[in-house]
Design a protein around this ligand. Structure first.
Ligand code: EPZ
Length: 419
C-alpha cells in the first residue's frame, strides 16, 4: 500500500485548480442508467471511487468510455444486479438502486457495510421507494427492491440526523419515471443534489425545487441522453482553503463555486483569515493571529461534516480552545487519535471535540482511515516538525485527485512512496 511522506515547514503559495465534484459525479453517472441513449459527462475527477462506479455500470451492461475528464456512457441493455465484490468497495454504489428501479422496476444491490465514520443505514432510501409503491427484501446481504409499477407520492426523507443526500438522489432517480407527481419533503439541499437534478432535467425529467427542502417531480414516460459538466468539488476546495490557512502565505483556488462554500468561508474568516472571492476563484491569506472558534456540523448550507477533520487540523495549532460538534456522523473522529500522536491536545466528549491549540506538532507515522480524515492528517503534517508518514493512502485517493502533486505545486514537500 502506498504511503505519503509530508515534510513539514514548507509554506504554500500560488494557484491550485479544483477538480470536478466526486459526490456529484457519482449519482450523475448512476443516472445515465435511466436512458438507452448516450450520455456525456465532463469534469469527472480521476478517483478510485469513480473507477468503481464505472466498473459497476459496465457490469450492469452499460458501454463506458473515459477520455481524461470526460466519461461517455450508453446503457442500451442492462441487468439489474450489482455485484458484491465491487459494491462492497464503495457504499455510494447504493445510488444505482434508484435508476435501476426507475427503468427496470427492480434492483438487487449488496447492502452497504458500515464504515469508519459510523453506521451507514439506507432505511430512508427504502422508505422513499416504498412510498413510490416498491417493495424490498433483504437476502444474502443484498437488498432487492422491486415494483409492478411506480406511482408518484408525497413523502418526508428526514431521519434522526436530518436529510439524506444519497437518499434524496436515489428517490429522485426512481421518481422521474414514476406515474404522476412526487413530493419529497425534508429533501437534502446540497449542491450535488442540485447538479443531479439539473442533469436529470437535461435528460427530459421534470424536477423543481432542487436545492430547497421540497422537491417536486412530475413523472415522464422516458428520458433521453444528455451532456453535462459536473460542478467543482466544494470539499476539495474547502480542504485546500484549510491547507492555505495552516501553511499558506497566499493560496488561490481556481474553478470553484464560492456560493457552495459560504459556511466554510465564514468559519475561516472567524478563525482569523481573509478569503476573497472573485468569479470562480477564492484566495485565502492570514489576517493577523489565528483565533479559536466553535463549530457545529449540519446539513447544507451549514458547516459540512466532510470538512470537520480538516478544521481539527487547523485548530490543533490555533492558540486557545476550539470546539467542534459533529451532528451528522457523531463518531467521525478517527483522525483525533492520530493527531494526538503528533502532539495535538484534543479531548472527545461524545460528538464534541475540545481542541486546545499547541505550539508545535511533530511529524509521526499515522494511519489514514476515511478519506477526509486522511486528508486532514496530510494538512496537519504541513505545519509539523519533521516528517509525517500517512499510511493507507488509498483512502485519500478515493476522494482527492493528485492531492500530493497539487500541494507540491503550491510549495509543499510531499513524497508518495510506492509500497
Ligand atoms: C453523502 O453521504 C456524502 N457521500 C458524504 O460524503 C457526506 O458526508 C454525507 O452525504 C453527509 O453530507 C456522497 O455523496 C457519495 P446521508 P450519504 O445519507 O448520502 C443518516 C465523503 O467524504 N441516514 O446524507 O450516505 C446517516 O447515518 C462522504 O465524500 C439514515 O439514518 O449520507 C447520517 O447520519 C463521506 N438513514 C445522516 O443520515 C438513511 O437511509 C446523513 O447521511 C440514510 C442516512
Amino acid at each position: 500500500m502506498d504511503k505519503i511522506l509530508v515534510h513539514g515547514g514548507h509554506s504554500l503559495n500560488g494557484n491550485v485548480k479544483i477538480s470536478g465534484s466526486k459526490n456529484s459525479a457519482l449519482p450523475i453517472l448512476a443516472a445515465t442508467l435511466l436512458t438507452k441513449e448516450q450520455c456525456v459527462i465532463h469534469h469527472v475527477p480521476d478517483l478510485s471511487d469513480i473507477h468503481y462506479m464505472l466498473q459497476i455500470l459496465s457490469h450492469l451492461g452499460a458501454h463506458v468510455e473515459r477520455a481524461s475528464g470526460t466519461v461517455t456512457v450508453q446503457a442500451e441493455k442492462i441487468i439489474t444486479e450489482a455485484p458484491y465484490e465491487i459494491v462492497r468497495k464503495m457504499r455510494a454504489s447504493v445510488c444505482v438502486i434508484g435508476p435501476l428501479l426507475g427503468r427496470e422496476k427492480e434492483a438487487t444491490v449488496s447492502l452497504p457495510g458500515g464504515c469508519v465514520i459510523g453506521d451507514r443505514p439506507i432505511d430512508l432510501h427504502l422508505k422513499g421507494f416504498e412510498s413510490l409503491g416498491a417493495m424490498h427484501r433483504i437476502e444474502g446481504g443484498n437488498v432487492k427492491v422491486f415494483a409492478g409499477e411506480l406511482k408518484g407520492s408525497s413523502m418526508s426523507l428526514r431521519g434522526k440526523q436530518g436529510p439524506t443526500v444519497l437518499g434524496t438522489d436515489n428517490v429522485m432517480m426512481a421518481a422521474v419515471l414514476a406515474e404522476g407527481t412526487t413530493v419529497i419533503d425534508s429533501a437534502a439541499a446540497e449542491p450535488e443534489v442540485v447538479d443531479l437534478a439539473n442533469f436529470l432535467n437535461k435528460m427530459g425529467a421534470k424536477i423543481e425545487g432542487a436545492g430547497t427542502r421540497r422537491i417536486v417531480i412530475e413523472g415522464v414516460k422516458e428520458l433521453h441522453g444528455a451532456e453535462h459538466s459536473v460542478i467543482p468539488d466544494r470539499i476539495e476546495a474547502g480542504t485546500f482553503l484549510v491547507a492555505g490557512a495552516i501553511a499558506g502565505k497566499e493560496v488561490k483556488l481556481r474553478r470553484v463555486d464560492p456560493s457552495h462554500l459560504t459556511s466554510v468561508i465564514d468559519a475561516l474568516t472567524r478563525a482569523g483569515f481573509t478569503i476573497k472571492a472573485d468569479g470562480d476563484t477564492l484566495t485565502i491569506t492570514p489576517n493577523g493571529a489565528r483565533k479559536p472558534i466553535e463549530l457545529t456540523t449540519n446539513p447544507y448550507p451549514d458547516f459540512p461534516t466532510d470538512m470537520q477533520a480538516q478544521m481539527c487540523a487547523l485548530f490543533a495549532k490555533t492558540p486557545g480552545i476550539s470546539v467542534i460538534t459533529e451532528t451528522i456522523f457523531p463518531q467521525r473522529y478517527m483522525h483525533v487519535s492520530e493527531m494526538k500522536r503528533m502532539g495535538a491536545d484534543i479531548s472527545l466528549n461524545g460528538p464534541t471535540a475540545i481542541i486546545k491549540g499547541v505550539e508545535r506538532m511533530s511529524g509521526a507515522p499515522v494511519m489514514a482511515s476515511d478519506l477526509r480524515a486522511s486528508a486532514a492528517l496530510v494538512l496537519a503534517g504541513l505545519d509539523s516538525d519533521g516528517i509525517t508518514e500517512v499510511n493507507r493512502v488509498y483512502h485519500i485517493d478515493r476522494g482527492y485527485e493528485m492531492i500530493d502533486e497539487k500541494l507540491n505545486g503550491l510549495g509543499a514537500h510531499i513524497e508518495r512512496v510506492k509500497a
